[in-house]
Design a binder for this molecule. Structure first.
Ligand code: HEM
Length: 117
């Protein structure tokens, strides 16, 4: 968990899949299913942060600035996932959240790949 990124990748890939499932359930009017899946997704937020933080604290000395931006980017992605789902459930506008989400996700994945582990 400290030396390899496999656990970290697994957690965020599962989270993105759960995010899509919640959206599909919300659109399909299955509010109960969406709520349960959303709860599971929230556990995965914690797992993403835990696995990311383990990597971060072990390796950030190598390049604190880039690791810092990676950390922040990951947190922003998670915040957007949560806000998009909550606002979609309330039928509110999510256009800006989607833009921030896509940009933050691109930066986070790019930095994740670029950083050395
Ligand atoms: C949904 C949000 C996130 C996504 C999509 C994401 C994506 C990635 C990707 C693609 C990698 C590279 C894996 C590899 O090349 O093997 C990575 C590594 C990493 N992530 Fe994340 N991440 C997210 C959240 C976080 C968070 C919240 C943190 C900090 C708490 C974090 C810290 C790290 C660290 C330290 C690495 C290792 C970088 C390295 O040296 O290669 N990530 N992440």
């Amino acid at each position: 968990m400290f030396e390899s990124t496999h656990a970290h990748i697994t957690t965020w890939v599962v989270a993105l899949i759960l995010f899509v499932i919640v959206l599909v359930l919300q659109k399909g009017g299955n509010q109960k299913g969406a709520k349960i899946t959303h709860m599971i997704l929230r556990v995965f937020y914690l797992l993403i942060i835990a696995t990311g933080a383990l990597l971060f604290f072990k390796h950030q000395a190598y390049n604190p600035a880039l690791y810092g931006i990676k950390f922040l980017g990951g947190i922003i992605v998670i915040a957007m996932l949560e806000m998009i789902l909550v606002r979609t459930a309330k039928a509110k506008n999510t256009a800006i959240l989607w833009i921030v989400f896509v940009v933050a996700l691109a930066i986070t994945i790019y930095l994740g790949m670029k950083l050395p582990i």
